[in-house]
Ligand binder design. Structure first.
Ligand SMILES: [Zn+2]
Length: 369
């Protein structure tokens, strides 16, 4: 039997309890809990937990964040659990911060979004300027957020969406469906109307725990996008930014998207990683997303549409409701053992490479201009 698969937990509570216990038994971890105002699925208390290892004043910090998209947290949790078990030695002047369950409500309740249907990874925008506009979204909203969803209707919806994908062109379609929208509070990829509890909580954590950090290498772990079982590294950076070349030198081919120059150019807004860069503007932040592919994008989107319908218009306790929930979980956490082994192996390699490479930045603690 392969015990490494035990890093994957059956639910939020088991994942959280396992991580707290493992970090408590291992050497050097300090733990803090930030309690969410609402209970979890079974009435259990839910938290954003932080786990810190290494000198409190370390100039270099590796940050591993899990569960920004609630249900996607199973995978990030597993990588954090493995990291504790591996106990990699830390270079001098280097610490690790793991943030478990940025969106604990979504994790516990098997939702990608939070208690207010807000996508936390679209919530890190400046609401003072008025929310960003995504005019293309309203065209697809009736398909993404139908009031009625009789059995079999999802197939017709997906056919219509795939036709729109062709007529709109992939980028416009992607922006419409995934870019984040701030108008339809029951729609998908709703970015909210103010900073959510999860955002405010992680900003407090960053401000207090990373105040001494000069260089921050960040991984926000996600699932549901890209080739099956592949852990793709992604980042936003312009070609002249030092971490553009650096990250590719460290990790090889990555998906690097240039920073948008105008609101119209913004395909995806409100990312947590962007929030980290803005919050820790005195530090040199190297922000990456580690995104593991599961199923084809149509399958993942169909599961999200069904679950969104269920929460707003259906009966979660019904057999169909339970099947929709199980399906959502499956598209973000495949049951396949081979998939899970691949995820663990890639995560171990990425984090260990990141620690080794962080040590090479010793002479470059001043943020490059
Ligand atoms: Zn995600």
């Amino acid at each position: 039997m392969d015990l490494s698969l035990n890093h994957f937990s059956r639910d939020y509570r088991a994942a959280r309890n396992g991580l707290v216990a493992a970090a408590g038994e291992a050497a050097g971890w300090s733990h803090q809990a930030h309690r969410h105002p609402l209970p979890g699925l079974d009435g259990e208390p839910i938290f954003v937990d932080t786990f810190w290892r290494g000198p409190a004043e370390a100039s270099r910090v590796l940050v591993i964040t899990a569960g920004t998209h609630g249900v996607e947290g199973f995978c990030g949790s597993a990588l954090q659990s493995q990291f504790v078990a591996d106990a990699p030695s830390l270079p001098d002047d280097t610490a690790v911060l793991m943030i478990h369950a940025v969106n604990p409500y979504g994790y516990s309740h098997i939702r990608r979004v939070n208690e207010d249907n807000v996508d936390i990874n679209r919530n890190f925008v400046d609401f003072g300027d008025g929310p960003p506009e995504n005019t293309a979204y309203s065209d697809v909203e009736p398909l993404l957020n139908p009031a009625e969803l009789p059995d079999g209707r999802i197939k017709a919806i997906m056919d219509d969406l795939m036709k729109l994908n062709e007529t709109m062109g992939f980028l416009q379609f992607f922006k419409a469906v995934s870019g984040g929208q701030y108008e339809f509070s029951r729609g998908v990829q709703f970015g909210g109307s103010e900073p959510a509890w999860s955002r405010r909580t992680v900003e407090t954590i960053w401000n207090t725990m990373l105040a001494k950090a000069g260089i921050i290498v960040q991984f926000d772990v996600h699932t549901g996008l890209g080739p099956n079982a592949v852990g793709t590294l992604m980042m936003a950076a312009d070609p002249e930014e030092p971490h553009h070349a650096l990250a590719q030198e460290w990790f090889g081919d990555m998906m690097v998207t240039p920073r948008p120059k105008t609101r119209e150019e913004t395909i995806l807004g409100g990312y947590l990683n962007g929030g980290l860069e803005r919050t820790m503007s005195e530090a040199w932040v190297i922000p990456m997303t580690l995104e593991y592919g599961t199923e084809p994008p149509e399958a993942v989107l169909a599961a999200m549409i069904e679950e969104n319908w269920l929460v707003h218009h259906g009966d979660i306790e019904s057999p169909r409701g339970q099947a929709i929930k199980a399906r959502l979980r499956e598209v973000f956490l495949p049951a396949d053992d081979e998939w899970r082994r691949a995820i663990l192996a890639r995560g171990r390699q990425v984090f260990s490479d990141a620690l080794t490479k962080l040590a090479t930045l010793e002479r470059r603690l001043d943020k490059p201009q």
